[in-house]
Design a protein around this ligand. Sequence first.
Ligand SMILES: Nc1ncnc2c1ncn2[C@@H]1O[C@H](COP(=O)(O)OP(=O)(O)OP(=O)(O)O)[C@@H](O)[C@H]1O
Ligand SMILES: [Mg+2]
Length: 283
Amino acid sequence: MTKRKKLYEGKAKIIYEGPNADTVIQYFKDDATAFNAEKKDTIAGKGVLNNRISAHLMTKIEEIGIPTHFIKSLNMREQLVRSVEIIPLEVVVRNVAAGSLCKRLGVKEGTRMHRPLVEFYYKKDELGDPLVGEDHIITFDWADPYELEEMVAMASRVNDYLSGLFSGIGLTLVDFKLEFGRIWGEHGELYIVLADEISPDNCRLWDSKTGEKMDKDRFRFDLGDLVEGYQYIAEKLGLIPEGGIIKGGSINEQLAERLDNIENELAERRKLRDLKAGKPRKS
Ligand SMILES: Nc1ncnc2c1ncn2[C@@H]1O[C@H](COP(=O)(O)OP(=O)(O)OP(=O)(O)O)[C@@H](O)[C@H]1O
Ligand SMILES: [Mg+2]
């Protein structure tokens, strides 16, 4: 394999240069971190599952008309995505109180909100990604009011869609984090697309009947095997066969590759939005 240029290495993924200027490759690592990287571990197979789950959810979201950066899966751990300028915000949507919300406001974990709560966090590791309000975002030019409105509208649609999708397979979408990016069209027009990943690393998913946590909280609070939880989600989504593709830390690579190919066929059949053909929102 030719040596590719590494553009950025984060905690969970590596971004490599793509085959052309407007694409990059996202490589999903097995590294798990929590509490601003205070807790760290490597969990065999996590990257494979997140790549699989994120590719699938991005494909489904694109199908309902929301533009995403996802183009196609390349292999077990890598996907080709559109290169974007990341908006330095984490957009969090919450349906049920959990995590930092409970700590910050003293709300009881498990409280269902009567409306989804949308929060913004400024992406700045050194500061521990602090909670910010719309005024901060506009004052410091992290995003303009149009972008903000679009991100909230897109996040709400993603929430409605994913809540339904997960509830259909017996999982409650408690909360999730999204990142958005900017792409400029050939006439200099701006598009906002959903970027990064949607996986159990940044969604809270609870078994609707038992309340068992299937997401990264298993790692954060030592609640059980992380791969088991992620495989359960992938199985329920119909992405891997019953029994999973990872056993005792070893991955059935042949099967993983076959599943990748099936997923790509589905991705190709979906209508990928041609951003250039879209109506520019502003110039
Ligand atoms: N399509 C894209 N084009 C360019 N950068 C992207 C794209 N999608 C995601 N990214 C960025 O790539 C990085 C992915 O790495 P990772 O998720 O491991 O980062 P991280 O350690 O969580 O750090 P960060 O706080 O920057 O998210 C993130 O910084 C993310 O914002
Ligand atoms: Mg990240």
